[in-house]
Design a protein around this ligand. Structure first.
Ligand code: IPM
Ligand code: MN
Length: 352
């Protein structure tokens, strides 16, 4: 099979972790007789520096004409510390999500048997955790009207959702639940927010189409608590953009390191795969960042974009093997030898 993939390394540790995902993907392609054509394109601070725009038209064209997009990370401290900056790297990511129509962000949280004791949570609480968040990605407070009034003394960000937006995300949630444990949790704040009441109303109306799915409705603050108490009680969770942003960072620590969790962003026409972690600027260029979240995102890509399940499984298997053998970066090494980012990539590629 010929796979055309847009490669958006982005900022910070993005290029380093992307390099490892390319190595491992190429090794898988070689083993299974596929041919990958990678087309690199600029995004984020790197794109601002080069052409003054964090998501240039040229990059959009590359993404649209590819079969899938593999993305690293976005963000640069020089913008974080300058609230007055008019052009920001993150705008590129949001524009990319919007323009590619990537309305559902699939963020799994699972544990690795060999890392159970690396988690800050107790073994008995997290064993068996295997949940998936479906985070709405192109609406809500991220994209509502925002601004200042009263001469800059008052700021606002509006949270807006349409029934159609909720429905298409919830549909993906129900469908995913049907392929898993048939449990769906709608996470909202319906005791306070009107948008949440629209979410709840919409999901309730859809329940009869999926009679086998057991649906629960929980408030986001309670979910934040239960996620660290009994993460293994959840299966599929659907939620709006900002709640999903926050809860998926929280959930990622269950596995033992933020550098482990992959994600897929899906829409009607395009697919993008990216680690859930950020650009980790403190580690940029040091060859120490954990590349596994990006490599596991590449595994999701083989599976979801191309239906190549054995190829995806080959990546997951070799990742598990590296963890069991202690071929890990410093975030997981503790007192043992820490491998460099590129060494982990080399080891995985060689062992595919
Ligand atoms: C994420 C990130 C982004 C988000 C930032 C970089 C804009 O935190 O993908 O979760 O908030 O969506
Ligand atoms: Mn986030």
């Amino acid at each position: 099979m010929k796979l055309n993939i847009a490669l958006l390394a982005g900022d910070g540790i993005g290029p380093e972790v992307i390099d490892q995902a390319v190595k491992v993907s190429d090794a898988v392609a070689k083993k299974f007789g596929h041919e990958i054509s990678w087309t690199p394109a600029l995004t984020g601070a790197a794109a601002i520096d080069a052409v003054g725009n964090p998501y240039p038209d040229k990059t959009h064209e590359v993404c649209v004409s590819a079969d899938a997009v593999l993305f690293g990370a976005i963000g640069h401290p020089k913008y974080d510390n300058d609230p007055s900056a008019e052009v920001r790297p993150e705008q590129g990511l949001l524009e990319m999500r919007k323009k590619l129509g990537l309305f559902a962000n699939v963020r799994p949280t699972f544990t690795f048997p060999s890392l159970i004791d690396k988690s800050p949570l107790k073994r008995e609480r997290i064993e068996g955790t295997d949940l998936v968040f479906l985070r709405e990605l192109t609406g809500g407070i991220y994209f509502g009207e925002k601004g200042r009034r009263d001469g800059g003394e008052t700021a606002f960000d509006n949270c807006v959702y349409t029934r159609a937006e909720v429905k298409r995300l919830a549909k993906k949630g129900f469908e995913l639940a049907m392929t898993r444990s048939k449990k769906l949790c709608c996470v909202d704040k319906a005791n306070v927010l009107e948008t949440s009441r629209l979410w709840r109303e919409t999901v309730q109306a859809m329940e009869k189409e999926y009679p086998e799915v057991e649906v629960s409705y929980e408030f986001v603050d309670a979910v934040a608590m239960r996620l660290v108490q009994w993460p293994n009680s959840y299966d599929v969770l659907i939620t709006e953009n900002l709640f999903g942003d926050i809860l998926t960072d929280e959930a990622s620590v269950i596995s033992g390191s933020m550098g482990l969790m992959p994600s897929a962003s899906v829409g009607t026409d395009n697919l993008l795969f990216e680690p859930i972690h950020g650009s980790y600027p403190q580690a940029a260029g040091k060859n120490i960042a954990n590349p596994l979240a990006t490599i596991l995102s590449a595994a999701m890509m083989f599976d979801m974009a191309f239906g190549l399940k054995d190829e995806a499984e080959a990546i997951r298997t070799v990742v598990n093997k590296s963890l069991a053998k202690g071929v890990v970066t410093e975030d997981l090494a503790e007192n043992k030898k820490a491998y460099k980012t590129s060494e982990v990539g080399d080891w995985l590629a060689a062992n595919i």
